[in-house]
Ligand binder design. Structure first.
Ligand SMILES: Nc1ncnc2c1ncn2[C@@H]1O[C@H](COP(=O)(O)OP(=O)(O)OP(=O)(O)O)[C@@H](O)[C@H]1O
Ligand SMILES: O=c1ccn([C@@H]2O[C@H](COP(=O)(O)O)[C@@H](O)[C@H]2O)c(=O)[nH]1
Ligand SMILES: [Mg+2]
Length: 240
């Protein structure tokens, strides 16, 4: 198993140890773009714990908790559950895991989610994976998924897609603007997509190994510049 080192942590300043924050990678993409599928492979190869915000909300909905009815109605309408509910579930899952490397799948879904997670946990993502897939392919995948999800029907899928465009893409664009976005072409076969994912994790690992503060800053600036050039050349998504 390969390891991934967070650029922002595990450093010593003035001889004293700085508190090591967990490494978080946000995994974003439209409904059905393949986030959960790829996260399972990443867990196997890179030792992360995977938490899908949607899965946590579905478990909470089925647990008989006081938020259950509210969550069911939001999910069936494709709407975004209030940040505090989702951030609490994510925080609890991370604390209970005993791990310090997390894939947070399907979150943050809007700017409010993003700000609430950062304010409550004090954690910023090491980077953000974005699975870019055409709408028609995502629809096909959702309608063929057959996992008994109440929201896997054409009507709700279209509502989820609209919410993705209006609320989630701006978060993707935000991470692009600060040089943290790693865009993956998700319209290919599962194995091909994972080859690209592997390259991202391997290259991050290589480039952010702990070294001097000045060199680390220089390396990050170079990386950000490279990502920005790529995004300028290719645009942020498949034009939906
Ligand atoms: N690259 C791929 N090619 C074809 N089918 C895929 C691919 N990746 C995933 N799938 C299939 O598409 C469906 C959706 O995948 P997955 O559940 O991973 O998406 P997701 O992004 O997590 O969706 P959601 O946002 O709805 O949770 C699943 O049935 C999965 O097996
Ligand atoms: O952060 C989140 C994540 C999910 N939701 C709601 O859950 C469904 C399903 O999410 P998946 O990622 O597709 O499993 C989503 O449409 C939202 O209604 C949320 O509110 N906040
Ligand atoms: Mg999923």
């Amino acid at each position: 198993m390969e390891t991934v080192v967070d650029a922002s942590t595990s450093e010593e300043a003035n001889g004293s140890a700085v508190e090591k924050k967990p490494t978080v990678v946000f995994v974003l993409g439209g409904p059905g773009s393949g986030k959960g599928t790829q996260c399972a492979y990443i867990v196997e190869h890179f030792g992360f714990s995977h938490f899908s915000a949607g899965d946590l909300l579905r478990a909470e909905m089925n647990s008989g908790s006081e938020n259950g009815l509210m969550i069911r109605s939001m999910i069936n309408e494709g709407k975004i559950v209030p940040s505090q509910v989702t951030v609490n579930l994510l925080q609890q899952a991370m604390e209970e895991s005993g791990n310090d490397k997390f894939l947070i799948d399907g979150f943050p879904r809007n700017e409010e989610n993003r700000a609430a997670f950062e304010a409550d946990t004090g954690i910023e993502p090491a980077f953000v994976l974005f699975f870019d897939c055409p709408k028609e392919e995502m629809e096909r995948r959702i309608l063929n998924r057959n996992q008994g999800r109440e929201d896997d029907n054409i009507e709700t899928a279209r509502k989820r897609f609209k919410v993705f465009l209006e609320s989630s893409l701006p978060v993707v664009e935000y991470y692009e603007s600060i040089g943290k976005l790693q865009k993956i072409d998700a319209a290919r076969a599962i194995e091909e997509v994972f080859e690209s994912v592997k390259t991202v994790f391997a290259s991050i690992n290589e480039k952010v190994k702990p070294h001097g503060r000045a060199q680390k800053k220089f390396t990050l600036l170079k990386l950000q510049l490279k990502w920005k050039m790529n995004l300028l050349r290719n645009g942020v998504c498949k034009g939906y």
